[in-house]
Design a protein. Structure first.
Length: 97
């Protein structure tokens, strides 16, 4: 009997800053605090402190109300908040559609 190759792959788990649920990283959106400020990191590869949010509007609402800033240990500028809100409202329809 041939030994079976394990197909189990390790998927990193991260905590959503909205609901604090720990789920697989690929189901979360990464926000990074880089040298250029706080931004969405669609590739998940930007250097810097990262925070993760579910693609769920309730999680984004909580995150934008302050838990994201706490997770990143930074005060978000109004411009950064605007960028995040714009991203969120663009995606909102997809998530809830
Ligand atoms: Zn969440």
């Amino acid at each position: 009997m041939a030994s079976r190759k394990s197909r189990k792959r390790h998927i990193p788990q991260r905590t959503c800053v909205g609901c604090r649920e720990v789920i697989s990283k690929r189901d979360l959106i990464r926000i990074v605090r880089s040298a250029d400020g706080v931004m969405i990191d669609p590739t998940g590869k930007e250097a810097g402190r990262g925070a993760y949010i579910h693609d769920q509007s309730s999680c984004w609402a909580t995150a934008l109300q302050g838990s994201l800033a706490r997770a990143l240990k930074v005060d978000l500028t109004s411009q950064e908040l605007e960028e995040l809100e714009r991203y969120y409202s663009q995606r909102k329809e997809e998530w809830e559609g």
